[in-house]
Design a protein around this ligand. Structure first.
Ligand code: FES
Length: 592
């Protein structure tokens, strides 16, 4: 029987693709790299995969799941859940613009704490004697003997093929681009285009890409975007599940993240007028699952006990092995070492860039995402663990929850009896993100609207003003309690392993975009962090991204990362019989 195909037109781009009759809209959006947030991975639980079907909606009536998760007004306006809606005629679809998180992109450039600029990539000048009948040394020997680097060599055939032509074109004088002792490119002597590196932090929710000048050590530009794998589930477990259950699922996830990484690199180079062929080195950090998927290595064994990753050590690959579109075929990609299945190289990078390893005393570093990764330093010892905080702080499982994008309520405060709030970019309120949620609950406690146990007065709490309206209900508060209790329980267990008490904690460093934006006072107020004086809590920005930048600017950082990853004591929380008890103790919304 002939297959029936329909047109699916995306708005506002007007791009049209085809879909098979009965194909699930979410599959079409994923295949065509359209922005969609599928927090529950398409299981019909979260209600976050909304799309506005402006034409063709009536050909597939709303399912019971849609009736449960969408309001009547939304259904009347044409909103559908893309994981439920089947394409039964030509349709026109508008999805949320999640592609670029402009709220993150427009943040000021971070200043990397570079102590020494000694990148893995160096330029070495050479001046060769021209060959004649009395000097018949090969081009290769001639070049190698002119370099001061010990035992230099060309390891790649593509450069060896070009060598005779290039050294004559350069008239025997130029600069060799060295990666350690390997010559990876040859440049004219007078070339002033510079040499650059890329640093990438692959977060489960957000990708951040930095362009760094390898000579000056400056961060030239930074860009970020939502991780397109959100279309496959918001947390790492949903994504691992997808790679296990779908044929070529890992290829889909890998292609999605690579396409966004390549686009961000392209944008950075255009914006900074840096030729892509001048990017010689790239360092990448991320949680262990993100790194496995990027490399096309099955993360399946990470998801179930005994939680075994394929590797955690530092690795160097050729950029073309990864399909990363930097133009020099011999440019390198460095993957920073991680620690375990659930404490990845993002934590190694955060430790290196935040001053955590050098700080005196007892220091706690917390990176809050769908997984709360944390490390505690006590004297010479470092303990680390990861706890499943769930997607609440990234807007998942929260009725009006959203990531920190324009329109997200990001701060809430009490002014006398009045409640004020702000939104990202000052846009009309369209949801509430993690920092706003923590503030809102702290304000609700202070206003007597919610009890320590999470009981709320009335049906819901409403934030209403000229900027719009957002509601928080009982279940939302429960989700925050579960998330914050998971984080606090992880911290308690690390403190127990290190043998220290709350009063002994000298500093708490909050890493990541979320850590940067939450109000420490309110995080303490709801009991998410140990109850230390607020001045001991400080945000450290995107510590993982800055750690990745350090790795392209300072080769010594790579050695420190390697030794650090082997020194850290990983604490497996699922092996702790008292975890549940500690978790339940920390559900209450109070300082502690
Ligand atoms: S309800 Fe569709 S992805 Fe969760």
């Amino acid at each position: 029987m002939k297959e029936v195909l329909y047109k699916v037109t995306f708005l506002p781009s007007q791009r049209t693709v085809t879909a098979k009759r009965g194909e699930i809209l979410l599959d079409v959006l994923r295949r065509e790299s359209q922005p969609v947030s599928a927090v529950c991975g398409g299981r019909g639980n979260c209600g976050k995969c909304k799309a506005l079907v402006t034409d063709g909606s009536e050909a597939f009536p709303p399912t019971l799941t849609e009736a449960r998760l969408l309001t009547r007004d939304e259904i009347a306006a044409g909103y559908r859940l893309s994981c439920q809606f089947k394409v039964m005629t030509d349709v026109r679809v508008k999805t949320k613009d999640l592609a670029v998180d402009s709220a993150v992109s427009k943040r000021p450039l971070p200043k990397a704490s570079i102590r020494e600029i000694s990148p893995q990539i160096r330029l070495e000048e050479f001046s060769l004697c021209k060959p004649d009948i009395d000097d018949q040394a090969s081009d290769y020997s001639r070049l190698m003997s002119a370099l001061v680097t010990e035992r230099p060599g060309i390891d790649r055939l593509n450069l060896l093929r070009r060598l005779p032509h290039v050294i004559r074109e350069l008239d025997y004088r130029g600069r060799a681009v060295m990666y350690g002792s390997e010559v990876i490119d040859l440049l004219p002597f007078s070339d002033e285009s510079g040499i650059f590196g890329i640093a990438i932090d692959i977060g489960t929710t957000t990708l951040a890409v930095y362009l760094a000048d390898l000579k000056s050590g400056e961060i030239v530009a930074v860009r970020s975007a939502s991780n397109p794998q959100s279309a496959y589930g918001q947390d790492v477990i949903s994504r691992i599940d997808y790679t296990m259950k779908r044929y070529k699922g890992i290829d889909e996830l890998r292609a999605a993240v690579l396409a966004t990484m390549n686009k961000l690199i392209d944008d950075l180079c255009k914006e900074s007028a840096v030729p892509k062929e001048r990017i010689y080195d790239t360092s990448i950090v991320g949680n262990t699952t993100m790194i496995h998927i990027l490399l096309g290595i099955s993360p399946g064994r990470i998801a179930s006990s005994p939680f075994i990753p394929a590797f955690t050590g530092g690795k160097v690959f050729e950029s073309r092995e990864l399909d990363l579109e930097v133009s020099i075929p011999n440019s390198k990609i460095y993957i920073m070492p991680g620690i375990s299945a659930y404490v990845g190289s993002d934590i190694t990078a955060g430790i290196l860039s935040s001053g955590f390893a050098e700080d005196y005393g007892n220091v706690l570093l917390v990176d809050i995402g769908t997984n709360g990764e944390m490390a505690l330093r006590s004297g010479e010892r470092i303990f680390a663990c990861s706890t499943a905080a769930g997607p609440a702080f990234e807007g998942g499982n929260i009725s009006h929850g959203t990531i920190a994008r324009p329109g997200a309520v990001d701060h809430v405060w009490l002014n006398g009896k009045d409640i004020g709030f702000s939104t990202v970019n000052g846009s009309k309120a369209s949801g509430i993100c993690g920092s706003g949620l923590i503030d809102a609950i702290a304000v609700m406690i202070d206003a007597g609207v919610v009890s320590e146990s999470g009981r709320i007065k009335g049906e819901h709490f409403e934030l209403e003003g000229t900027a719009g309206r957002v509601r928080i209900n009982r279940q939302d508060i429960r989700e925050v309690q579960l998330a914050k209790a998971a984080i606090r329980a992880g911290v308690s267990i690390l403190m127990d392993r290190a043998g220290i008490e709350t009063r002994n904690i000298d500093r708490i460093l909050l890493a990541g975009a979320f850590g940067n934006y939450i109000d420490p006072e309110n995080a303490l107020r709801i009991g998410m962090l140990p109850n230390v004086p607020v001045e001991r809590v400080s945000p450290v920005g995107n510590a993982a991204g800055l750690g990745a930048v350090l790795a392209v600017l300072d080769s010594g950082i790579r050695e420190r990362a390697e030794s650090l990853s082997s020194e850290i004591h990983y604490v497996e929380l699922s092996g702790r019989k008292d975890f549940n008890e500690i978790f339940v103790e920390n559900l209450a919304l109070r300082e502690g």
